[in-house]
Design a protein around this ligand. Sequence first.
Ligand code: ADP
Ligand code: MG
Length: 249
Amino acid sequence: MGILEVKGVNKRFGGLQALGDVNLSVQENKVHAIIGPNGAGKSTLLNCLVGKLIPDTGSVMFKGQSVLGRKPYEINQMGISRVFQTPEIFGDLSVLENVMIPCFARRDGAFRMHAIESVQSEHEIMDMAMTMLEDVNMAEKRDMHAASLSRGDKRRLEMAMCLVQEPSLLLLDEPTAGMARADTNNTIDLLREIKEKRDITMCIIEHDMHVVFSLADRITVLAQGTPLVEDAPENIKGNPKVREAYLGE
Ligand code: ADP
Ligand code: MG
């Protein structure tokens, strides 16, 4: 059993079948990449995992519990965090303040559940955010305006805002889209560091094959809303079905 089990998921938009009978099993502490041509249904699938869309049929189980019908914030509380295509940060705030925001959210969310032990002072939250910034090598940028960061550092900051919530599954939708090579490599390094430092499962949608082959333990190829192949990276490149559907060769 994987940490995430998707079974028989279908999703239609009017006459268009965006997802057709999708099965996906993501194993704990692995990086699972989902690749496929534009319009294959990758983002639709991701949206079904985080509660932004509800599949017409099928099941989505995370750690043995169904996510279907739950609100995005509830799914987030279950331990699923999502990194958006464009970093969602607060440009007017400092780097440190950006990381403190989800700490407050986590505290106030947890507060309702376990009263006293979860009380954290603002000082403790600042420490927690600083430790997180050190973890992603951004401690010395703590006082900078988030808006003034480079694209790679904005991604780093957004990742810190996600990780400080201690998710067990991180979903990434094209984390290097629109980045120059240097920032892309920086993001690959960051994701590798994150994987080495903590127990975390990643599910990554990515167009850039360099990124996919640098990070993934397993790859699912989606074509026209249906998984075509699931295999280890070394078997994906030479697979003729993949070449035909995806690489257009
Ligand atoms: P990908 O992320 O793989 O490029 P998407 O999941 O965004 O693909 O889209 C899959 C298909 O579903 C595409 O044909 C797209 O046009 C369509 N689609 C996606 N979202 C919607 C929507 N909200 N309404 C109608 N059609 C949609
Ligand atoms: Mg997409």
